[in-house]
Design a protein around this ligand. Structure first.
Ligand code: PDD
Length: 288
C-alpha cells in the first residue's frame, strides 16, 4: 500500500482528498521540491530544504513546518519500505483552500502540504548512450528561480520532445540557452565548461551546483556564462543535470550532432565523479 503525507498525517495514497478550492488547483499557487533517496541517505537534503524555503518565501507562502521536510521524507521512505530502493520524494505546498480570489485568502488559511515517495529505476544505461534533445523558445515567466508548480511551458515543451523522439527540451531566451524543462544544461567549448549563471531565468539546480564543484575539483575552468544559440556549432560536449538523471550526456540538439555524436570524455568523467559521491551516500546508511 502506498502511504502518502497530507497536512500532518500519513495515510494510504488513495484516501487523500484535496479541496477543489485549493489554490494549487485553481491558480497553480504553490511550490514543490524533488529530492532523491540513495538507499541510506538523501542527496543534499539541506540544499533541497533551503531551496523549498526560498521558493515559499518568494511567493510569501507560509508553511511553519518547512523544517520538517527531512523528517517527512524519511518517514515516507520508511513507511513505504523503500530503504533499499532508489527513490524520489515529491513535496508540494500550496496556499491552501479558500473561496476563489486573485488576492491571498483574507482569512488565515493553512497551506496544503502533500508529499509522496516513489521508487524508480535510474536506468543508467540510457544515459551512458547519450540522449537527444529538442531546443525551443523559452516562453516561461521571469521567475524561473522559484520552483513553482506552474509548469505549463515545461510540460508543452517536454511533451513535444517526447513526441519527436527526444529525451528533454532546452529553452532559448533572447538568443541564449537557459536550461531545460526539468534539468540544467552544461556545454564544453575548447575545454571550458559553460552553464547559465544563477538568475531569475533558471532554477538553481542542486545537481548543477554539485557538478560545478566537481568540475572545479577536476581542474576544469567553469564559466557561469550563458551560451548563445548561434554558438551551438562550437560546442564539443553537452550534458544535463537533474536529481533523477544526475549527469546525462547530450549527443544531439534539434537533430544536430554535438561533437562526434557520442557522450563526451569530460562529461563521462563528471558523471563518474557524481556516481562516486552518491556511492558514499549508499554506503553510510542511517539507522532507522
Ligand atoms: N526538476 N531546472 C528545472 C526547470 C527543473 O525543474 C529542475 C528539477 C532542474 C534541476 O534541479 P535539481 O538538480 O535540483 O534537480 C533544473 C525536478 C527534478 C522535477 O521537476 O521533477
Amino acid at each position: 500500500m502506498n502511504i502518502a503525507y497530507l497536512n500532518g498525517s500519513y495515510m494510504p495514497a488513495e484516501e487523500i482528498r484535496i479541496s477543489p478550492d485549493d489554490r494549487g488547483f485553481l491558480f497553480a499557487d504553490g511550490v514543490y521540491e524533488v529530492v532523491r533517496w540513495y538507499q541510506g541517505n538523501f542527496f543534499d537534503m539541506e540544499g533541497h530544504t533551503a531551496r523549498l524555503k526560498r521558493s515559499l518565501g518568494e511567493l510569501r507562502l507560509e508553511w511553519v513546518g518547512a523544517d520538517t521536510f527531512p523528517v517527512i521524507s524519511e518517514e515516507l521512505i520508511r513507511k513505504n519500505d523503500l530503504e533499499d530502493t532508489p527513490a524520489l520524494i515529491y513535496i508540494q505546498v500550496t496556499r491552501g483552500a479558500a473561496p476563489r480570489s486573485h488576492a491571498f485568502p483574507a482569512v488565515q488559511t493553512d497551506p496544503t502540504v502533500y508529499a509522496f515517495a516513489r521508487g524508480f529505476d535510474p536506468d543508467p544505461g540510457k544515459y551512458v548512450a547519450g540522449i537527444n534533445i529538442l531546443m525551443k523558445k523559452d516562453i516561461r515567466w521571469s521567475r524561473c528561480d522559484i520552483k513553482s508548480v506552474s509548469l505549463l511551458p515545461n510540460i508543452l515543451c517536454f511533451q513535444e520532445a517526447v513526441e519527436t523522439g527526444n529525451s528533454e527540451c532546452a529553452f532559448v531566451r533572447d538568443g541564449y540557452i537557459t536550461e531545460c524543462s526539468h534539468s540544467n544544461i552544461f556545454f564544453l567549448i575548447n575545454g571550458i565548461l559553460f552553464t547559465h549563471p544563477e538568475s531569475e531565468n533558471i532554477l538553481s539546480g542542486i545537481s548543477r551546483r554539485k557538478v560545478i564543484n566537481l568540475a572545479l575539483k577536476a581542474g576544469l575552468q567553469v564559466n557561469e556564462v550563458a551560451v548563445a544559440e548561434k554558438d551551438i556549432d562550437k560546442v564539443d560536449e553537452a550534458f544535463l543535470t537533474n536529481t533523477s538523471a544526475e549527469v546525462a550526456p547530450v549527443i544531439s540538439i534539434n537533430k544536430k550532432k554535438i561533437g562526434n555524436g557520442r557522450p563526451g570524455e569530460v562529461t563521462m568523467q563528471l558523471r563518474a565523479m557524481f556516481a562516486a559521491e552518491t556511492a558514499i551516500l549508499r554506503n553510510h546508511k542511517q539507522t532507522h
